[in-house]
Design a protein around this ligand. Sequence first.
Ligand code: FAD
Length: 405
Amino acid sequence: MKQPDVLVIGAGPAGTAAASMLLSAGFDVMIVERTKFPRFVIGESLLPRCMDILSECGLLEAVTEREFQKKFGAKFTMGDKICDFDFSNQFTKGWNWTWQVPRADFDKTLADEVERKGARILYETSVTGITFSENEAITDIENTSGKQKIKSQYVVDGSGYGRVLPRLLNLDKASMMPPRAAVFMHITDQKRPDNIDGIRIQIAVFEQDIWGWVIPFSNRNTSVGVVGNIIGKFDKDNCADFLRGVINSDPVLKNRFAESDYVLDPQAITAYAATVSKFYGHRFVLTGNSTEFLDPVFSSGVTFALESGMVAGKLVARELRGEKVDWEKDYVLHMKQGVDTFRSYVNGWYDGTLQKIFFAKNFEQDIKEKICSVLAGYVWDTSNSFVSKHNTALTSLSKVIGYYQ
Ligand code: FAD
C-alpha cells in the first residue's frame, strides 16, 4: 500500500476538515475510521461559525445539497418564560443561519466529499498503536484482514470520543468541569407544530442544572435529550423511563412527544467532559473532541471540531512544506481563546447566572446581540466585549439585571 503523507485518525468533522485542508495543499491523506459509515454520533445542532469553516474547507456545497433542517436561532424556555435568539440579530457580521443535522448523514457527507477530493478512507479499521521517529510516525492499524503498520510524516488525531492518541501517549487529564450526564433519543414527531416551533431548536430548563434539548430534523424525526446533574438519577440500561419522565414534566413537550415512537433507542453518556495535557507534539496534533470537550449546552462541539481540524490541517501543511510553525500561538492559544470563552458561558449556565440574564425582563437588545454572537460560535471576535471579557461580563451583567428586575 502506498504510504500517505498524513494519516488522520477518525472521519468525524475534525478529521475530515483537517483532511480537506491537507488535500487542498496537495498532500496525500489517508483516514483510518473504526466504524462503517453512516454511523450514529451525538452532536446535532451546528453553530453559524461552522458555515465559514465548511466554506473554507471546500465542504459547504456538499452539505448544502443534503437539505438539512435550517437553524436560524434558538429558543430557551423555563416554565412559561421564553428567550429567543435570532442569529440575524447579532453583533458579529457573520452567518445568520446554519443546520440541525442527523450526524450519521452529515458526517457521511463530509467523508464522501473528502474521499471524492482524493483522500483514501479505510473504514472498519482501528488505530491500535503508534511510534514516532525523527522523520516519521508509524501507526498500527487493525481490521478483519489483519494488522498493518502505516508510515506517514504526520498524524492528525480526530478520533473524538475514541481519544486514541491521548490514551496511547498518556495525554489524558482530568477535566475541571463537574461530571454530568446526558440521556437522549431520536423519536417520531407527528405532532410537530406547523409554526416556527416545529422546526427550531429548543433548550428547556427543568432545574437550574438540568435542561433538555429538542432538535427537529428535516426527515421529520426529532432528537430529544436531557442533560446535566443527573448522574445517579437514571439506570444506564433502562434510561427511557427517566427521559420520558423529565420530558413529560413540561406540558407542551408532553403533548408533542407522548405518543412518539423511538427511531433511536434512549441511550446515555456519562462524564463526557475531557481534556488533555498537550494539544500537539513531534509529528502529531490532536483535534476536536480528542482535545477538550466541555458540555453540550451551547452546541459548540462540532464547531470546535471543524475549527481545530481546519487550523491544524493548515499548520501541518505549512510544517510539511518546511515553514516554521508556532504551534503554541497559532494552534493552542487560538483554540483556547474559543474554548475558554465557551467555558465561561457553560459555567454561567449551570450556576444560574445566564438563566437569570436570558429570562430577565430588562435584557437589553445590544447586549443580547453580543451574547447571540457567542452562541453563534463567533468566539474569536474580540471586538465583542462579551468575548474579550467573557470571564467577568456575565457576572457583572447579572448583577445589574438583578438590581433592576
Ligand atoms: P467524532 O465525531 O466523535 O468522530 C471521531 C471518529 O473517530 C468516529 O467516527 C470514530 O469512530 C473514530 N474513531 C474512534 N476511535 C478510533 C480508532 N481507534 N481508530 C480509528 N477511528 C477511530 N456538538 C455540537 O456541535 N452540537 C450539539 O448539539 C452537540 N450535542 C452534544 C450532546 C451530548 C450529550 C454530547 C456528549 C456532545 C454533544 N456535542 C454537540 C459534541 C459533539 O458530539 C462532539 O464535539 C463532536 O462529535 C466532535 O467531533 P470529532 O470529529 O472530534 O469526533
